[in-house]
Design a protein around this ligand. Structure first.
Ligand code: NAD
Length: 508
């Protein structure tokens, strides 16, 4: 039986998290540092001073391998145990949860405490940097921090991960909610059996993948098309829910792409003043972006997503197996949101996304997980879009305007955002990056220009109506280099016009 193992740097709160998880699961938590002190017959500080670190690591490795081999239930791992390659290998058979902590917080919490490695700040920082990639490598679950509350709440999900090999989890937390985002085969089997479930399902996803859905009371089918992301369609779904007898203590599963996720999330938010929703994304776009963060809504003919409400999911359960039936055009459209996330996050994510040669579903699970993680981190800092979260709108001001000006029927959302990214990069004066992004879009068969018959004035008018427009003007998200987005940037309307005009083929 796989153990649940909490790892992380000094001061992350993994011992507390392990205790809480064990209490929740009705078992005991083992702490490797405490066990070692017992076995060595002295404190770790004393042992370090007498025998040195290499001798300590030897004892630690033996003990951890023994515990993992014995199949103990819940273990809190000493911060440096992951330095051993044998321990890292052994952890692959268990559910390892990484309790994150930033370096300044870890230092504040541990300096001056009787820990052998929390005396010198430079050494502490070096060790933090050295160990971080190992925590990344061994963890199947990423928690924003340790501590009692997270250990308790995440415990049932960590136990479920033990039954779902190949799945990984991020614990998303923002000001109003905390929920697990699980990516991997069989993710939908993690739907809690503790309540009745109703389902709003994309008819195509249902036809192809109904077998992935667990038992449910009723399924309301929706034909996914942006033209149907309307209040009228929401009313139909709500009335079908009422007719099927959905109650306040029931939950709704949104099984489909971003259209179904937005529509069903909106219905869940308003049905009897709110019932829980589990987002079960079946398109790449929904898996990398729309399923996380709680934005739900429908369009008005005047503008996109004009009616909406924040409604955080109870969980996001993403099974990449659904991507195998997605047409290439839909994969490519979803890829644009991954590219956007890469531009915002920069670093390894940008390298991974920009370097993708093809969009084969098999190679996309890691991209999904990393994009989900990046989006969840941004939302954690600003749930209600009042600041930092606005960076996620990169490319969306022009993109949404193109969708609205073409009555939502001409371009897929991701295709419109592709064009919006090109405009945003022009407005950012990032000419080299714009060329690079255009080449990437081209490689994946995505548009890099607008069809000549798209009405330029209609696009410009839709930009004016953008819901991000306030009395202070319309702030754009600009990005000069991957990883350096700036939101709320005012841009001269003449430059906006030129950046959109440039999308027409004859001016390229
Ligand atoms: N809430 C947010 O934060 C957020 C973020 C980005 C985008 N969005 C919204 O997402 C929507 C776009 O989402 P989308 O790109 O997923 O499009 P979509 O939901 O319209 O789905 C695209 C197509 O794929 C089909 N499909 C879905 N799953 C399938 C599967 N597994 N196999 C085969 N076909 C399948 C659908 O039937 C549809 O024809 C837009 O409405 C956009 O506004 C929301």
């Amino acid at each position: 039986m796989p153990a649940i193992v909490f790892c992380g740097f000094m001061g992350a709160g993994k011992t507390e998290a392990a205790r809480a998880a064990a209490a929740e699961l009705g078992t005991d938590a083992l702490d490797t540092d405490a066990l070692l002190e017992g076995e060595l017959g002295m404190t770790l500080m004393e042992f370090f001073q007498r025998e040195g670190e290499p001798a300590f690591r030897e004892h630690e490795e033996k003990l951890v391998l023994r515990l993992l081999g014995e199949g103990e239930d819940v273990i809190s791992l000493g911060g440096g145990a992951v330095l051993s390659a044998s321990v890292r290998d052994a952890l692959a058979d268990h559910v390892c949860a990484w309790c994150r902590v930033d370096e300044p917080t870890a230092w504040e919490r541990t300096r001056g405490t009787p820990r052998p490695l929390a005396a010198d700040h430079d050494d502490f920082t070096r060790r933090y940097r050295e160990r971080r990639p190992y925590y990344e490598e061994v963890s199947r679950a990423i928690l924003p921090e340790g501590g009692w509350e997270i250990g308790r709440d995440a415990a049932p999900w960590l136990a479920a991960l033990a039954e779902s090999p190949g799945s990984r989890m991020i614990w998303a937390r923002s000001s109003s909610a905390a929920y697990p985002a699980v990516v991997g085969p069989g993710a939908l089997s993690l739907l809690p059996a503790s309540r009745r479930w109703f389902c709003v399902a994309d008819s195509e996803a249902l036809r192809r993948h109904e077998g992935l859905l667990p038992d449910r009371e009723a399924t309301i089918e929706v034909e996914a098309a942006e033209e149907r992301k309307t209040l009228a369609e929401a009313e139909r779904v709500l009335r079908e829910l009422a007719a099927a007898g959905a109650r306040r203590d029931d939950g709704l599963v949104a099984f489909g792409g971003g259209m179904v996720g937005d529509l069903a999330g909106f219905c869940a938010a308003v049905y009897q003043r709110g019932i829980p929703v589990v987002q079960a994304p079946t398109t790449l776009l929904a898996m990398v972006d729309s399923a996380y963060g709680g934005k739900t809504g429908v369009d008005l003919p005047e503008a996109k997503n004009y009616l909406g409400i924040y409604h955080m999911p109870l969980a996001v359960l993403a099974d990449p197996a659904t991507l195998t039936t997605l047409p290439h055009e839909e994969l490519a459209a979803g890829f644009v949101e991954a590219l956007k996330t890469g531009l915002i996050a920069g670093g390894a994510l940008w390298e991974r996304v920009s370097g993708l040669e093809d969009l084969s579903p098999e190679g996309l699970a890691d991209v999904v997980f990393d994009c989900a993680r990046a989006k969840i981190d941004v939302v954690a800092a600003d749930e209600r879009d009042s600041g930092e979260r606005a960076v996620l709108n990169l490319g969306h001001t022009v993109g949404h305007a193109i969708e609205a000006a073409t009555s939502y029927g001409r371009y897929r959302h991701g295709e419109a955002i592709a064009l919006g990214l090109l405009s945003a990069l022009r407005l950012s004066d990032a000419d080299g990056l714009r060329e690079e992004v255009a080449a990437i879009l081209d490689r994946h068969g995505l548009p890099t220009g607008l069809a000549p018959d798209v009405d330029l004035d209609a696009v410009l008018a839709a930009i004016e109506r953008d819901k991000k427009h306030t009395a202070g003007g319309l702030g754009f998200v600009l990005v000069k280099r991957p990883g350096e987005p700036r939101h709320g940037q005012q841009v001269d309307p003449a430059r906006v016009r030129a950046a959109v005009e440039e999308l027409y083929p004859e001016t390229r």
